[in-house]
Design a protein. Sequence first.
Length: 635
Amino acid sequence: MQEIKMNGESLNIEQENIEKLKEIFPEVFNEDKIDFEKLQNVLGNYIDTDEEKYRFTWNGKMDALRLSQTPSTGTLRPCKEESRDWDTTQNLYIEGENLEVLKLLQNSYLNKIKMIYIDPPYNTGGDFVYKDDFKDNITNYKKMTGQIDSDGNSTSTNKETDGRYHTNWLNMMYPRLRLARNLLTDDGVIFISIDNKEIANLKTICDEIFGYDNFIGILTWVKKTKPINSGNAKFQMQSKLDYVLVYCKSKNSENTYIFKLEKQGERQYNHIGKHGLCRLKDILDSDYGSKKRDTMKFPILGIIPPAGQRWKIGEEEVNKLLKEDKLVIIDGKIKQEVYPDDEPSEILNPFWSYFPQTIGTSESGKSNLNELMNGNVGFDTVKPTGLIKEILKHFEDDILILDFFAGTSTTADAIMQMNKISGNRKYILVQFPEILSKDIKSQKDTFEFLKSINKPPILAELGKERIWRAGDKIKKEIEQENQQLKLGEEPKKLPDIGFKVFKLDSSNIRKWNPDTKDLERTLLDQVDNFVEGRKEEDALYEIILKNGLPLTVPVEELNVKGKKVYSIGMGAMIVCLDNNITLDIADEIAKISTEFEDKSMVTVVFKDNGFENDSVKTNIKETLRGYGIGKFVTV
């Protein structure tokens, strides 16, 4: 049995990387230190010794790298009163600074996320709330959110007049993207929304983090259809476009995501053509606006396009299809016979800008959000749910999705809409609880809206409120549809519209959260394990998180010999945080894990000072060892 004393830190990424290097090149280690001369010999010609080499760097890059590898001692505290369907939902809404949250997710969600979508700050020269502190990011976070110093400024500025305008943005994005990559499955994909100001820098750091070979493409979509008013319109381009950078974790993975026009299984080859089963494709297109092309109106098999229409394909392609005998006339219309072997294996379609009526725009995103919230929430840059749904439709319908710049929760809304049709997609949303001000023009409407519904003026409150209302809307729609069922039709099931709320905080365990300014007080505090004002449930979820179990794992509360015992994940972990634990509890605890014949998979957790005495602790440990329990953990 493995005996572990938890130290309260998130996954040590630096140590993980060293262990991976040991697996590949054990010969380069000498007394647990890397012999770089041996490593150079092993790598041979792959070592670049040129003084002048291509590199992308900026002031603070190495600090940003170290920051991404520094473990967090923070935690995520459950907030049941703000959650919906706590006991059954598989969705998470995490309120907190996303760098620390990403660190805390490393244990439980390493290689578990199939798709990441983020819409980070575009670096437009406005307020810039993400400001990291290498020494103590949790304390820094509390200052920024007004939890420590009510007089402190909740935002830092990143104006264009600042000489480190781009540097600040890069230092913010770099560590977060590094941590995000760890969470992706081997065949996972990340989508990053951006505008033209930072797209070049973003592409360069993504090439470094994800690898140039894993770049899939840049999607382009129309974010605005209305004219952009600008006093300097003579001298600047009127940008109506936004971009989405797409990277996979590894193109070498068997199931790596590829943009496809349709999923192979959705194609119906139900027409008997001249060369076997095929599908029929319409080759007529509307002839309007910029698409007016007289050269595309020639006759095919004696048929010319009707008024207002033209062919989608040119004469060269038509002649090729005629030669292959793949054009037919059906009901007076020309159709193309498309056979399975004709289908391209990979189709990258980056030009969503041609389909704003399908995907939506920022204008329609704002309009739909205002309609859902029954008020003006004031945001002009809301992503439309159609953008997220367009991305989602290329994936399986039971994946886990992460958005750590959640904003107004467009991602959660889109996922629930997709699940209403079919599937069981699950999400993790992370949002910084930015304090809004009625004195800032861009925040005034949101401030007033939240005030009108008796919510604190915090951006995360708007996101949670949207998820509630979007869920209510779906529930009402399904109830109405089920009232109109035809004979024999099965009623539609309500998808998961719930979400568990967690909030970032310092550790609940005193010895994991020491007061470095008052060590005497810290030593005295060891008598009581929990930080003042924290609940046992807070500590329970910290233990779950830092032992690598998902935050949505089932938790059952039991009474064993008069002590409160938690069975986590059908007995995968058993936690007892009571005091005065005696030997008679050991046999009963070992019997809880009935789902596991192999007890070596079971972890048992106690408070280090919760035992009646040291002798009881030793005897309980030996009793559990006799049952074959895999891990004995104390906190």
